[in-house]
Each structure stands twice: as C-alpha cells, then as structure tokens.
Design a protein around this ligand. Structure first.
Ligand code: DON
Length: 594
C-alpha cells in the first residue's frame, strides 16, 4: 500500500508544478563574480525524487568496485583489455589506447580507427590536458558540397564516401601514448589483434549490425566484413575480421605513419576513388592531433574539466552548470519545476553553442564570457520560474543513434582518462575500406551543411560551424573529469548520444552532487533533453510522471517521449578509498575493476 500512496501523493505534487516552486535566484557572490572565491554552498533539495513506478531501469545499474583501478567502456571485452594492460604495469593512457583499439574490433558501430575523438586526461599530480583528434574536412571540401541545385541538404553527408572527414583516431592515440604512455606501443594493440582474429559476437552487437544491415549491404566490403548472407551473424557466432587484424598489425609494427602515409593511406585513397570521395594522400599526411586547454568550471565547490572546442561539450555543459549553480534550492528530481529549470538552462546554453562555437583554428569564440559566472547570472535572470521561454519553433527533430562510445579509466596511481570517440551515425558512412577492414566515419554531417538548417540530430547551427577545407566539425562530445571540494579526483564520466551527450553528462553529475544519488542510481535515472531547437523537451519512455508532463505543458513547453533511451554513460566515482565503476544499463557496456 505504501508505495502506491507515495506515488499518488507525488503525482499530486507534480501536478502542482513539482511540489515546490523554484526560488528566484538570489544574488550571491558565486553568481556575480567571474570565478569568485566564495565558499561553495550545497544546494538544498526541497523534496523526495519523483520517479515513475514504470521507469524500467530503476535499480538496474550495477556498480563494480576496484581497490586500485577501474575501466568502464561500451563493451565488456574492451574493459577487460584495459584492466589487462593496467595489470601489466600500464598507466591510464596505455589502457585508454588499448581500449580504443579493442573497441575498433568489438564495437564496430562506434570504434573507431576510421573516426576521431577527444581525451581529457588528468595525471596524478593534478595536471589536466585535453587532446583533440577530431576529424577534419578534406582539402577538397566546400561550404555547399551537400546542397542540391535547389539548396536542399542531401543525404551525402550521411552515407557513402563523401560523408567522411579525415580520420584522427590513430594519430590521437599515438600522440597520447608518445606523451604519457609507459608500455610499448605494440603491446597495447596486441589484445585488439587477438580479438580481430576471432571473438564471440554478443546479442547487443548482433542486433546493432542487423539494425544497420540495409546500409552496410550498399557497400560490398562492408557486407563481406559484417554480414553473413546479408544479415548480422547470430549472437554467439565467432566473429572474425582478418583484414582488420592485418591493419592493426601494420599499425602495431609501424605506428601512425603506415596509416597516414603508407599502405593503409593508399587503401583509404583507393577506396575514396572507388566511391568519388574527397580524402587524398595529402589530407592524410597533413592530419595532426592537437593538445587543447580543457574547459574548467566550478560547480558548488566541485571542479569540472571537460572538452573545449572543437567540441561544444565542455562549454555548453559549463554554461548549464553555471546557470544552475545560482539556485540555492532545487526542486525534487523528476518534478516539473526541476525539469523546467534544467530545460531553460539547456535552452540558453544550446543557443550559444549553435551560434558561437566551431573549430578554434577557424573561428574566434567568446569562451571566457560564455563561461563566466556573471554571464550565467544574466541568463538565469531571464528564466521565468513558471513559464517556458519559447525559441522560434522548428519542424525537424533529431533522435540520436548510438554510434559513438565513451570510456573512463583510472589507474593505480590515480591518473584518469575520459575518452569519447565516434564514427558519428550508425556504422559511420557504412563504407569499409576495402582490404583494410575498418569503417569510415560520416562526421561531415556534424558541420552545418546549410547554416540555419538542421543536421541529423536536429541541431540548427550557424556560420561558426560552416564547412571549410581542413576545418574540424563541431562536436558535442563531453568527456569529463570532476574533482571534489578538496581537489581530489571524484568522477570520470562521458557518453555517446549526439547532442544528448552534453545534457546526459550534466544530469549524471548533478544527480550525484545535488541529489546525492549513488553513481548507479545517477546513471540509471531517467534523463531529459532540450537543445534550443527543435523547441521540445525530450524524455525517455516512462521517464516522467504523466502529471509532470501535463504541468510542463501548462508552463508552455512542448514535451515528447523519445523513441528510445538517451546515451550510454560510462562512469567512475571515488567512494572512500575505492573506485566504483558503472556502465549504463541502457546498453551493453561493462565495467572491470582491479
Ligand atoms: O561529435 C558529435 O557530437 C557526434 N558526432 C556524436 C555522435 C553520437 O554521439 C552518436 N551516438 N550516439
């Protein structure tokens, strides 16, 4: 009886706007300064969480603990590879490189030598750096290359040879290893080679392959590599990728040179010529991974490091956190009042993202201003606690597919790596490099193919992210590291999910910091998403109480249940002297502790 009674009373509260109103933000030293040194204040949460009884993931996230180290990734076999390297004396970067190559093999939809990514790395001394190995537009790319004669965006940024940017992952992993790695390079690729020679396909990956079989069938090398008679191999089948094993052996023996100048470069260029793609030997030879200064924001005394442009992740999440920090009291988790508040913060941050952000080598961005507490105070003051602030309506909507992947690593010395990598959409461009056994990305779609028109995620972006030769397309990936109030490593977190990456990472951090959830509950909790345009709050199936949805509508929000779940968080938290790893129950990842 009691749970029913509880739910009934929660519904009543929700119908009243969440059982509490959002207190108008009080001017505080934190809200007015440009960083400030005022003592951090805990948010006071005004009531119990509102979790719909039908929410399917309640209690479903499993926490794995490790006394020394932890690896959480999108595939259990890849996490085990990371721990194997750590046990051999490798550090977090060694493990990150080994996991990255293993994911290329066991998670072909997202992994990734044909794609790009980002690492936020904090060493045990406290130094934090960010590595950008995002793809670049080929030199032959041009602003309107995806428009037809009527000015409409075509599908060519999504499927086929023209969709690919110059891959950055091999250069990025080598750069990270060169600077920080401890174990021999070839040792880190050996587990991936072993897996490429054959491993058991699991049910999740078999289903993912079947879901994209139509696209993979369009390209003979993809069909040969991933399908059996046009369909995904069944769960439990031995999955062998001999061409990929050979490619990995070449990279293990010769490093990135073979990929960017040697035999593999030749195969990529031959593939481009077969399908009228743009990537040339010069594009490959000219690719460079770049070290960037991470975004750093404080949130209620915690310090959050995340990825700067060419990803929008750190800046956009930083703005959301800064806006939220000004509320000394927060309504309960899941209430209409809270969803309204986070939505309005997300809306404002995404408006800035879509307007200002792009490749830092091409556009200048007012990052200091966007990340200042005073600017957040200004945005916060414009939020009406009872009413939505509409952004111009827009017809398109984007649902993310899950073809990015995040992994988090902490080693026995306390070095930490947050890594998010992507091919962009489902199995990238669906083009496998013939003879080399890996898929190429379709990252070109992350540019604004036509500034002002939506991309596959419904993101409407501006000139700052227009296509230009050699430019990096703006990302939403948000690999993040959080320190506690004593400056000690506290969380390592990230996820796939297109633009929902930003809002998912934000929600997991706030669930832990403000709502005091365990990491497992914070990851399993239902998430919402708003990205300014389309002007819609998306929520996961059964993720909000119907009365909360009604309240939000009454406040002027358009609210829609999303097709599926949002994201696939891979997170680590320090609890006492142990590491807790949580892989999102939404997908088929895994945590491995030591
Ligand atoms: O870099 C980005 O923001 C996108 N290419 C990420 C795509 C993604 O997360 C798709 N998977 N869910």
């Amino acid at each position: 009886m009691r749970p029913l009674f509880l739910v009934a009373s929660l519904v009543v509260l929700a119908a009243c706007g969440g059982g509490s109103t959002v207190s108008a933000p009080r001017p505080s030293p934190r809200a007015s300064g440009g960083g400030g040194s005022a003592a951090p204040v805990e948010a006071v949460v005004s009531g119990a969480p509102l979790l719909p009884p039908e929410w399917g993931l309640a209690g479903r996230a499993k926490a794995t603990t490790g006394a020394r180290a932890m690896v959480v990734s999108g595939h259990p076999l890849a996490s085990e590879v990371g721990i194997e390297i750590l046990k051999q004396g490798g550090n977090a970067v060694d493990a990150a490189v080994a996991v990255g190559f293993a994911l290329e093999v066991v998670l072909p939809e997202a992994g990734n030598i044909g794609g790009g990514g980002f690492i936020v790395y904090r060493d045990a001394t406290g130094r934090v750096r960010a590595l950008d190995y995002r793809e670049t537009a080929p030199a032959g790319a041009s602003r309107d290359m995806y428009l037809d004669s009527a000015g409409h965006v075509t599908e060519r940024s999504l499927t086929g040879h023209l969709a690919s940017g110059v891959p950055g992952s091999v250069a990025g992993m080598y750069e990270a290893w060169k600077k920080y790695g401890r174990r021999p390079w070839a040792t880190l690729i050996a587990p991936a080679i072993r897996l490429a020679e054959g491993h058991m396909l699991d049910a999740v990956r078999s289903r993912d392959l079947e879901a994209e079989a139509d696209r993979l069938r369009l390209f003979p090398a993809s069909a040969r590599q991933f399908l059996v008679e046009g369909h995904a191999p069944a769960p439990g089948a031995m999955f062998r990728q001999p061409e990929l094993a050979r490619t990995l052996r070449l990279i293990a023996d010769s490093g990135p040179d073979v990929f960017y100048r040697g035999q593999i470069a030749d195969s990529i260029v031959a593939e481009m010529q077969r399908g009228h793609g743009l990537i040339t030997k010069n594009d490959l030879a000219g690719y460079r991974a770049k070290w960037r200064t991470p975004v750093q924001v404080t949130y209620r005394g915690y310090t959050v490091y995340s990825m700067p442009p060419a990803s929008s992740g750190g800046v956009t999440m930083g703005e959301i956190l800064n806006i939220l920090e000004g509320y000394d009291t927060l309504p309960p988790f899941g209430s209409a009042a809270y969803v309204h508040l986070e939505t309005e913060a997300m809306r404002r941050a995404f408006i800035d993202r879509n307007r200002w952000l792009g490749d830092p080598d091409f556009v200048s961005m007012p990052l200091d201003r966007l990340l200042s507490k005073s600017y957040a105070a200004q945005l916060r003051a414009e939020i009406d606690p009872r009413k939505a602030t509409p952004t111009p309506p827009f017809a398109a909507g984007g649902d993310e597919s899950l073809e990015t992947t995040h992994y988090s690593v902490v080693d026995a010395d306390g070095n930490a790596a947050a890594v998010t990598t992507t091919l962009n959409g489902g199995f990238g461009s669906a083009v496998t490099v013939q003879g080399a056994g890996f898929l190429l990305n379709n990252e070109m779609d992350d540019f604004a193919a036509a500034p002002g028109q939506p991309n596959q995620y419904g993101l409407v972006q501006g000139e700052a992210n227009a296509i230009a030769p050699k430019k990096r397309m703006l990302s939403a990936m948000t690999p993040s590291i959080v320190l506690d109030r004593d400056g000690k490593l506290f969380m390592v977190v990230g996820t796939p999910g297109g633009p929902t990456i930003i809002t998912s990472v934000f929600q997991v951090i706030v669930n832990v910091v403000d709502f005091k959830m365990s990491l497992a509950d914070a990851v399993a909790a239902p998430r919402i998403h708003h990205q300014a345009l389309p002007d819609i709050i998306g929520y996961e199936r059964n993720g909000l109480l119907p009365a909360v949805v009604d309240s939000l509508k009454a406040m002027g929000h358009e609210v829609r249940m999303r097709g599926g779940y949002s994201g696939d968080i891979a997170a680590i938290q320090r609890v006492g002297s142990r590491w807790v790893g949580v892989s999102d129950p939404r997908r088929g990842g895994g945590a491995a502790g030591w």
